[in-house]
Design a protein around this ligand. Structure first.
Ligand code: C2E
Ligand code: MG
Ligand code: MG
Length: 593
């Protein structure tokens, strides 16, 4: 009996030991596999670290470098041995001040990460821009144990940006500053004047009968004349003044630091005198005269738009009184702009009277020409003036605050249109709506969109927004949060008129945007005779590198279309494919579902 009891007990123990052996075995097996996976991961990370094209730095908690990868050495010129044990300060170029680094550390400490553009120095002393991202790695106690820095050399991108910036701010024919740069110069003149009690004058000059020369002697003679006018204008002005071409035969001079109004008149006289000396053009001796108008800060206005408008009005007065002369702006002249005032009044009632409408312009796949969407463009059908361009009434609407109501109307109208097309059984495509700067700052756009989309039961993917770069610059944190909300809702955003503003792709990269629209001015530079324009292609390549889609605006010719396909542009829009059309005409291009 005892024996049987013992045997049973022994059997029970063997069973129990076997079970724990099996469990121990499984445990070992698990641990072994976990270790193998960890080793594999480590090997993978090591390969990535070694082969990455980005430079990488790992430091300890005291920011002493403990590892760098081959790309780091290649970009900076330092060997591994030269930097281990040092801090990344050896790369300091001196271009950033203490405040910059303080902000960087504040962000790193509070958010665990910092990203941005920074200028660093290579071993040979040369300075280069890089896009740097630093991440703090924390231990079990959530304290930073290491920092990982990853950077790319963005010299090339910066150079392209600088070239885009130059092209966007200068007139291609004469090399003079253009409209965009002119406004900046006037603003600058104004800003530096108050402290010195000096005046800034804006002189608007229009050549008399230029059109005659162009029409009778041909464009190349006309171009030649404009170039010579540019040279003569510059020869009269001081280095600190600006001479710019507004387009056509219009030039604007900005004179800063003047002690009196009369001084502007004296210089203007000299300008007109120089311009009306004979020119030698294609073997002909020709004389051309100019008419000019002067507006002066502070008496006539305190911003570029106002001064330009008043100088322009004064110039027309000079033409009326007999050309080859100049006029100062005066209050009496300003009554001529009453038309503008009337227009502004009318705009108030335009919405109520249903005078606003939307036209739709096709967006097509650059390669296949297939319709992929449209842009909604606002029109004002004025009772007496007929169709008025948004270029004229959008600025008025912004000034008067009406733009919010008009912008909301546009979104609502597009959604209502989509709903009725869907109900008719058409296969609809995404429609882009332009958003103005005021609207972007003032309205709670995501909420507004959510409400309107719900009202018409339209999926968010069918609405896209077009913003300009400058809207993101003003208040970056507001912009970022709005864009994130829109992205979460599934609404795509593109950057309109890219290239005419700051043209900073590195800056844009921080925002969740979907696409870039290359401004029409870059597309119009692509033509048969021009040496290959690399700019549009540079924008396309850079945008793709950052994962952005590229849309070309204002495509008018086959040559441009071919160029864009060759350089990988994704989507095209322009008169070549279709003009902006009334809704019913556009709908004919949509397929039945
Ligand atoms: P945008 O958004 O850059 O629109 C493109 C402009 O280029 C449109 O002018 C369009 O008609 C024109 N365009 C398109 N293809 C070609 C082409 O092949 N050649 C040429 N020469 N032009 C082409 P549009 O309709 O006069 O609009 C001008 C601007 O007014 C727009 O520029 C946009 O900034 C603004 N805008 C239009 N509708 C609205 C709107 O509903 N809300 C706001 N806030 N702004 C709007
Ligand atoms: Mg647009
Ligand atoms: Mg545009």
């Amino acid at each position: 009996m005892l024996l049987v009891g013992y045997a049973l007990y022994a059997l029970f123990r063997i069973g129990r030991d076997r079970r724990s052996l099996i469990i121990a075995h499984l445990d070992l097996e698990n641990r072994f596999q976990a270790q193998r996976r960890a080793e594999e991961e480590l090997r993978l990370y090591a390969t990535m670290f070694t082969n990455a094209s980005e430079g990488m730095t790992i430091t300890d908690a005291t920011t002493k470098i403990i590892a760098v990868n081959p790309a780091f050495c290649q970009i900076t010129g330092y060997s591994k041995e030269e930097v281990i044990g040092k801090t990344p300060r050896i790369l300091n170029s001196g271009r950033q001040n203490d405040v910059f680094y303080q902000n960087m550390w504040n962000t790193l400490n509070s958010q665990g990460q910092w990203k941005g553009e920074i200028w660093n120095a290579r071993k040979d002393g040369s300075i280069f821009p890089e896009w740097l991202s630093i991440t703090a790695i924390t231990d079990q106690n959530h304290l930073p144990s290491h920092y990982l820095g990853v950077f790319t050399d963005i010299t090339e991108r910066k150079q392209s940006e600088a070239r885009i910036h130059h092209l966007a701010h200068h007139d291609a024919l004469t090399g003079l500053p253009n409209r965009l740069l002119l406004s900046e110069r006037i603003q600058h003149g104004i800003q530096t004047s108050p402290s010195s009690h000096l005046k800034t004058a804006v002189i608007f000059i229009d050549l008399d009968r230029f059109k005659n020369i162009n029409d009778t002697l041909g464009h190349s003679v006309g171009d030649d004349l404009l170039i010579q006018v540019a040279h003569r204008g510059l020869s009269v002005l001081r280095e600190t003044d600006t001479f710019s071409r507004q387009g056509g035969d219009e030039f604007v001079a900005v004179l800063t630091g003047l002690s009196s109004r009369q001084e502007a008149g004296r210089i203007c006289d000299e300008l007109l005198n120089t311009l009306c000396q004979p020119y030698l053009l294609a073997g002909h001796e020709l004389t051309v005269s100019g008419s000019a108008g002067i507006a002066v800060y502070p008496e006539d206005g305190d911003n570029a738009t106002e001064l330009l408008r008043k100088a322009d009005l004064a110039m027309y007065r000079a033409k009326e009184i007999g050309r080859n002369t100049f006029c100062y702006f005066s209050a009496e002249i300003s009554t001529t702009s009453i038309g503008e005032l009337l227009l502004e009044n009318d705009l108030f009632t335009a919405l109520e009277r249903g005078e606003l409408l939307l036209h739709y312009q096709a967006k097509v796949d650059s390669r296949t020409g297939e319709l992929v969407g449209a842009e909604a463009l606002m029109r004002w059908n004025h009772k007496t003036h007929g169709l008025i361009s948004p270029q004229i009434f959008i600025p008025l609407a912004e000034e008067s605050g009406l733009i919010n109501a008009m912008g909301e109307w546009a979104i609502r109208t597009v959604c209502a249109q989509l709903r009725s097309w869907i109900d008719e059984g058409l296969q609809v495509l995404p429609i882009a709506v332009n958003i103005s700067a005021h609207q972007f700052v003032q309205q709670a756009l995501p909420q507004l969109l959510a409400d309107i989309l719900a009202e018409f039961a339209i999926p968010a993917q069918l609405i896209e927004l077009e913003l300009t770069e400058s809207m993101l610059m003003g208040n970056a944190s507001h912009a970022a949060s709005t864009l994130h909300q829109l992205k979460d809702m599934g609404i795509e955003v593109s950057i309109d008129d890219f290239g005419t503003g700051y043209s900073s792709l590195s800056y844009l990269h921080q925002f969740p945007v979907h696409a870039l629209k290359i401004d029409r001015s870059f597309i119009s530079q692509i033509n048969e005779n021009s040496e290959p324009i690399r700019l549009a292609s540079a924008i396309i390549a850079m945008a793709h590198e950052l994962g952005l889609q590229v849309i070309a605006e204002g495509v008018e010719t086959e040559v441009q279309a071919r160029y864009l396909v060759e350089h990988g542009c994704d989507i095209s829009q322009g008169f070549l494919y279709s003009k902006p059309l009334p809704a019913a005409d556009f709908a004919k291009q949509l397929k039945l579902g």
